[in-house]
Design a protein around this ligand. Structure first.
Ligand code: NDP
Ligand code: 2IT
Length: 444
């Protein structure tokens, strides 16, 4: 059996009930086959792949908190420090009832290669909790965040592990988490990114993932001789990534006509109204049913359905496995040119294969959504030098990073004779740097 197949088999056997982790490992290792086969003997002797698929360490802890009625609840907290070969562990925290160790491991594994692709010195990690922030008061959110950080603060630090936001964790949560870290550890340091601008946050971090997604999409289309301006886009999700993806799409002359949340989706043929969306989601923290009040000509539908709309570009920005084989078929049949992933692993393996086989340009999340973590690394730089850069400075660096990622994944795919296979290109480009660093640092 080939080394790749052996390792995939052992990951499945040793990590039962973690299908998302299996999926992420398969996607990466399958596409790295030619790279690994070139050096199979060395890699085997070094147990390189076994080291790559095993987190360096993982923490699981109890998070008790009290609700507004005095009832005590207990959630589970996680932090997985996946790979620290190229820098301090870096990656977001997710608060969502679906969170379990397998989800955090898939996200941490992806993060290792994504962070490497940014070209910046950050290792890979991820954390979170099965806590559900929906419908909770501000005080309940604060109580949870303080309890979560009381445990997490033992394992993190500006030079060791630097968490940030992800699903269910935005500016409000980062503020409460930072306050509690500072209170317990007594250190004012850049231990989290995505902080508020008055206490060490970076301009453009809020916008970075969505903006970066569009910078990469524009560059990738350009490489393929296509202009983004004038194209229509379907966006899923209506959170941090989706909102700023829609905003940047409009700024670049494209039109985003959909968005969604976990209960339904909106079709606005005139283009999604970003200010309305921001007010509904960032201020009122309400459902998308509200959108029609702002835009009477739009349609609201229950359930899922954004991929049924005829568009040129699809930008999944909600969650994992939200774009299925049937959706891929429908998008391709409707003439969709490109799918670029704003979320982490939103497209299933079968859907990805179908899109690639049907000549739909496909940019994997670890490249396409890397602008968020890249700007987090820029926040870390600013914290280290105790300075703040202007919005324009950060945004220009973000643009350059996304352009570089686009070319690096394109070149890596070409080097292995698989031009246009950006899944392979991104995995190869991300893997090479991490493996180099690991080999140089010995068996650790
Ligand atoms: P938010 O919490 O801000 O928004 C998430 C959005 O996705 C909401 O509209 C939410 O709807 C929807 N959603 C979440 N889970 C589900 C689900 N199970 N089914 C249907 N809809 C769902 O998160 P972000 O925008 O930050 O994150 C979105 C994606 O982007 C995630 O995959 C995340 O890992 C990835 N990402 C985020 C980065 C960042 O900087 N924030 C960076 C790189 C990637 P509802 O509110 O109804 O739950
Ligand atoms: O998936 C991701 O890259 C993030 N949620 C952002 C991580 C970060 O450290 O900014």
């Amino acid at each position: 059996m080939s080394y790749v197949d052996e390792v995939i088999e052992s990951v499945v056997a040793k990590n039962p009930s973690e299908p998302e982790f299996h999926q992420a490992v398969k996607e990466v290792l399958e596409s790295l086959r030619p790279v690994i086969e070139e050096k199979e003997e060395v890699y085997r002797r070094e147990a390189l792949l076994e080291r790559i698929v095993n987190p360096e360490r993982q923490f699981k802890f109890r998070v008790p908190w009290v609700d507004d009625k005095g009832q005590v609840h207990v959630n589970t907290g996680y932090r997985v420090q996946f790979n620290g070969a190229i820098g301090p562990y870096k990656g977001g925290l997710r608060f969502h009832p679906s969170v379990n160790l397998g989800i955090i491991k898939f996200l941490g594994f992806e993060q290792v290669f994504k962070n490497s692709l940014t070209g910046l010195p950050i290792g890979g990690g991820k954390g979170g909790s099965d806590f559900d922030p929906k419908g909770k008061s501000d005080r309940e959110i604060m109580a949870f965040c303080q309890s979560f950080m009381t445990e997490l603060c033992k394992y993190i630090g500006a030079d060791t592990d630097v968490p940030a936001g992800d699903i269910g964790v935005g500016g409000r949560e980062i503020g409460y988490l930072f306050g509690q870290y500072k209170r317990i550890r007594g250190v004012y340091e850049g231990v989290l990114t995505g902080k508020g601008l008055t206490y060490g946050g970076s301009l453009a971090r809020t916008e970075a993932t969505g903006y970066g997604l569009l910078y990469l999409t524009e560059e990738l289309l350009k490489l393929n001789g296509i202009e983004l301006a004038g194209k229509t886009c379907a966006v899923s999700g209506s959170g941090n990534v989706a909102i700023y993806a829609i905003q940047k799409a409009h700024q670049l002359g494209a039109k985003a006509v959909t968005c969604s949340d976990s209960t339904g989706w909106v079709y606005d043929p005139e283009g999604i109204d970003v200010e309305a969306l921001k007010e509904i989601k960032e201020v009122k923290r309400a459902r998308l049913t509200e959108y029609k009040k702002y835009r009477p000509n739009s349609e609201y539908h229950e359930g899922r359905g954004v991929w049924s709309v005829k568009v040129d570009v699809a930008l999944p920005c909600a969650t994992q496995n939200e774009l299925l084989l049937d959706d891929a078929k429908q998008l391709a049949a409707n003439g969709c040119i490109a799918v670029c992933e704003g979320a982490n692993m939103p497209t299933t393996l079968e859907a990805t294969e179908y899109l690639q086989q049907n000549n739909v340009i496909f940019a994997p999340g670890k490249a396409a959504n890397a602008g968020g973590v890249a700007t987090s690394a820029l926040e870390m730089s600013q914290n280290s030098e105790r300075l703040s850069w202007t919005f324009e400075e950060v945004d220009a660096k973000l643009q350059q990073i996304m352009v570089n990622i686009t070319h690096n994944m394109n070149d890596a795919a070409k080097r292995y004779g698989q031009e246009g296979n950006y899944v392979m290109g991104a995995n190869v480009a991300g893997f090479e740097k991490v493996v180099n660093a690991m080999m140089a640092q010995g068996i650790v």
